[in-house]
Each structure stands twice: as C-alpha cells, then as structure tokens.
Design a protein around this ligand. Structure first.
Ligand SMILES: Cc1cc2nc3c(=O)[nH]c(=O)nc-3n(C[C@H](O)[C@H](O)[C@H](O)COP(=O)(O)O)c2cc1C
Length: 160
C-alpha cells in the first residue's frame, strides 16, 4: 500500500480517540516537512484534542472540522511569503502519515477564514501574536468505507 495513493479527503470520523503514540508520529511528520530558507519561525502548530476546545472550533467555523477527535491547527506568520506554502507541504506530510497510521484527514481552508476572525480564541488555542491560521487538519478514524476517486487524470500534464 502506498499512502500517497490511499489518501483521500474524509469528512466523517468515528468517535474514537487517537492514542498518543500516533499523535506523536503525526507531529514528527509535520516537523519533517520542507521549510523555506530554513525560516523555522514562520510556522507553528497547535495540536488540539480537548473536547471543549474542539467543540468551540466547530461552533466558530460552521462545523468545518467535521467533529474530528484531533485537529492540527497550522499557524503561520502574517505577511510571510512562505507561510501558506510551508503550511501546505507540512499538511500533506501529516495527511500521508495519517493514512499510514490507519487514520484519515482533510485539508480545510474554509474554516480557516472563519477562525481568523476570532483572534482571542486562536490565542486560547496557543497561537502567538503576529500569526494567523493557514490550514486546519481534522484527523480521525474514517467512519466510512470510501475509496479515493480516480485521480490519474486530475490535472493536465505536459511532457516535452
Ligand atoms: C487548498 C485546499 C483547500 C481545501 N479546503 C477544504 C475545505 O475548506 N473543506 C473541505 O471539506 N475540504 C477542503 N479541501 C479538500 C478538497 O476538497 C479535496 O482534497 C478534494 O475534494 C479532492 O479530494 P481528495 O483529497 O480525496 O483527492 C481543500 C483542499 C485544498 C487543497
């Protein structure tokens, strides 16, 4: 099995806790992501499992995290030209590692726009001053038996 090809966007999660060892592996995958110009201060991560905070995220973002038991909130420095790029490559690392661990996830941008309107709550979630959320990653055990759609021709490819 190749986790890249097994990964798919999952929006329904089982009500099952993720053990600490797996959460640590997901954090390791985040840490192993490419980092533009080695500017490590561009990006920070909040790992959220507290049920009250998870509920507050859902309430403030129109349920954008699909009631997942774990949310990775990837925050990047405001006005950094690398922020969204660093966050996106890190998110893919985490999403692929999640598949390898039997978990599922989805890249969420909609909820980010909502969440960035609540700086006090973001602070409560651990975000530092001068940062904004770039990607939210709900993570959990998939509640469906879905398969990835055929993506073999998703994009136009030119070979010369
Ligand atoms: C930049 C970006 C933003 C996205 N935003 C959302 C989102 O806000 N909510 C959501 O449910 N999925 C979101 N997705 C997930 C896509 O909908 C999903 O990747 C797409 O449907 C393709 O499905 P696949 O990931 O299973 O190949 C986003 C994906 C990307 C790359």
């Amino acid at each position: 099995m190749n986790a890249i090809f097994e990964r798919r966007a999952v929006r329904e999660y089982a009500n099952e806790k993720i053990d600490e060892e797996k959460i640590q592996k997901l954090i390791d995958a985040f840490q192993a992501a490419p980092c533009a110009l080695h500017q490590t201060e561009v990006m920070e991560l909040s790992v959220i499992t507290d049920p009250e905070l998870l509920k507050k995220i859902e309430d403030n973002t129109n349920n954008s995290c699909y009631n997942a038991p774990l949310v990775f909130m990837i925050n990047t420095k405001k006005d950094s030209q690398f922020g969204e790029r660093d966050a996106s490559v890190a998110a893919e690392n985490v999403m692929v590692e999640a598949v390898d661990l039997g978990l599922a996830s989805v890249y969420v941008m909609g909820g980010v726009i909502a969440l960035n309107k609540f700086p006090e709550f973001q602070k409560e979630l651990g975000m530092d001053e001068g940062y904004e959320t770039s990607v939210l990653l709900p993570i959990g055990y998939p509640a469906d038996n879905g398969k990835p759609e055929d993506r073999s021709n998703r994009y136009k490819i030119v070979r010369k």
